[in-house]
Each structure stands twice: as structure tokens, then as C-alpha cells.
Design a protein around this ligand. Structure first.
Ligand SMILES: C[S@@+](CC[C@H](N)C(=O)[O-])C[C@H]1O[C@@H](n2cnc3c(N)ncnc32)[C@H](O)[C@@H]1O
Length: 213
């Protein structure tokens, strides 16, 4: 009855968290085996890093980790969190169910993944979540202002560097948090974005939470 539980970090192995997420995907009705095969061979995967050569359990964050991460962020009512490269937008399902007080937006470059996500979200009618087909690196794209941004190594290095520059501009107007998952995002924050490391970052096994000054 509770598909997105909060687990104590040392209670579950990463393998168990991934197996649990696979069952939740099935329970939600996700059907991505053929879709991922198609995506692997598509033009979009030649241009963008869609990670379609990996399994969805590898390129996505386990649901229970997302649930814990939201506890750590301590966002306030009406705060907005954006997933930069949201794949099947797992955060939308967790926030829809457990955080009606927050607003969520997911941006994803693969339209096939977005269409499949929107089909699954339709069953829940969450009013506070939105998912868009969007190339984050499109010159005409303006990144919305939000209180928290989730980056799990969404693209090639230059893409991650560019988005961090965009966040730096937004942080001049308002404080924000960045949750970085994966090696590249954390590397570029620690090495090129000192504005995010003045406050001591909070390190967790798979992600780090940074606060702007
Ligand atoms: C490693 S996955 C992370 C998925 C999700 N954030 C999670 O943690 O479960 C990164 C996602 O970013 C997407 N992506 C890559 N380049 C992108 C771009 N330029 N614009 C938007 N999404 C992009 C990929 O297709 C992939 O679905």
C-alpha cells in the first residue's frame, strides 16, 4: 500500500532498492522494454546522452532514494523542484503522492519517455506535477526559477557545465539547492562552481545536496 517508503539508508542494499523500483514501475504500468530498444536506435540517442544503452534501473534514481532525498531537502509549501533530464519522472510520482504542497517539473529530451510517463501519470491526476518534452540545451529554452534542481548526469559534460552556469545566474536572484547525482555533475560543481560549495555540502552515498550562498 505504500510504493515509495522511506528506508533507513543502511537498511537496504542498492540492489534491493533497484529491485523494489522495478516492481513499482510494473505496478505503475510502465512498459519500456520495446520503447527503450527503439530509443537506442533513434537519432535522438545519437545527438544526446539518453543512457538508453543502460537499463532504466541503472539510469534512474530508485524511488525510495527520492523519497529520502525530499526529506533531506526540507522544502517549504509552494516550493518548486525541477528534474533536469527526468527520464520517466519518478520524482513526479513520489511528489504527487507524498508532497502535494510542492510543485514539480520534469524536463526530458526523449519524447517517447515523456509520452509514456504522461500515460502513467494520467491514472493519478496529481495537480502539482508537470513533465515536458524539452532539450535543456536548446538556445531558446529559459530555465524556470525554482528552489531546488535535481541533476543526475543528464547529458554530455558541456551540457552539464552550461546548465550550472544558468543556475548560477538564477542564484543571484534567489537562494536555491542543487541535488547532484553521478560523477560528472558533482565533479563540475566541486571544480568549477565555488558559489555552490561555500555552505558545506551534505554528502550522501549516491548524491550531494549543495546550497547557494
Ligand atoms: C541519468 S538519467 C536521470 C533520470 C532521472 N533524473 C532520475 O534520476 O531518475 C538522465 C536523463 O536526462 C536526459 N537528457 C539528456 N540530455 C538531455 C537534454 N539535453 N535535455 C533534457 N534531457 C536530457 C536523458 O535522456 C535521461 O533520461
Amino acid at each position: 500500500m505504500n510504493p515509495y517508503p522511506v528506508f533507513e539508508v543502511d537498511q537496504v542494499t542498492y540492489q534491493a532498492a533497484q529491485n523494489h523500483s522495478k516492481q513499482v514501475d510494473e505496478w505503475l504500468g510502465f512498459n519500456y522494454i520495446d520503447l527503450e530498444k527503439q530509443l537506442r536506435l533513434s537519432e535522438i540517442s545519437k545527438i544526446h546522452q539518453t543512457w538508453s544503452e543502460l537499463s532504466p534501473q541503472s539510469f534512474q534514481t530508485p524511488y525510495c532514494e527520492l523519497r529520502s532525498l525530499l526529506v533531506e531537502l526540507g522544502l517549504k509549501k509552494n516550493d518548486h523542484i525541477i528534474d533536469l533530464g527526468s527520464a520517466y519522472s519518478r520524482l513526479a510520482f513520489v511528489i504527487g503522492r507524498h508532497h502535494p504542497e510542492l510543485k514539480f517539473t520534469g524536463f526530458e529530451v526523449s519524447n517517447m519517455r515523456v509520452i509514456e510517463t504522461l500515460k502513467r501519470l494520467k491514472n493519478w491526476q496529481y495537480k502539482n506535477v508537470q513533465v515536458f518534452h524539452q532539450d535543456l540545451l536548446d538556445e531558446d529554452f529559459q530555465l524556470p526559477e525554482a528552489q531546488a534542481y535535481f541533476i543526475y548526469d543528464f547529458g554530455h559534460n558541456q551540457g552539464i557545465q552550461k546548465i550550472l552556469q544558468n543556475l548560477k545566474h538564477i542564484a543571484k536572484k534567489q537562494p536555491l539547492q542543487v541535488i547532484a547525482r553521478g560523477r560528472a555533475s558533482r565533479h563540475f560543481i566541486f571544480n568549477e562552481n565555488p558559489w555552490l560549495t561555500i555552505h558545506p555540502p551534505s554528502n550522501f552515498e549516491h548524491y550531494t545536496i549543495f546550497k547557494s550562498t
